[in-house]
Design a protein. Structure first.
Length: 69
């Protein structure tokens, strides 16, 4: 069974790479039982969505400014 330190590391890594089945299952079991790690995972997902929306908005805004000049 994973401890919280390993679980948060895997949650972070899962944003960048696909986890092998064994790691995914271990992480899923830990997150089901640990509200702290579950919250951490949800916060990571939200931050990723916000960052993507920011980059998308920044790219759209840059294109609009170029059209104005």
């Amino acid at each position: 069974m994973l401890n919280c330190q390993d679980a948060t590391r895997l949650l972070s890594e899962s944003q960048e790479r696909a986890l092998p089945l064994k790691e995914r299952l271990s992480l899923k079991m830990h997150v089901m039982m640990c509200s702290g790690c579950r919250n951490f995972g949800q916060q990571m997902d939200i931050l990723r969505q916000i960052a993507r929306a920011y980059v998308k908005g920044e790219n759209e805004g840059a294109g609009e400014e170029k059209d104005k000049t």
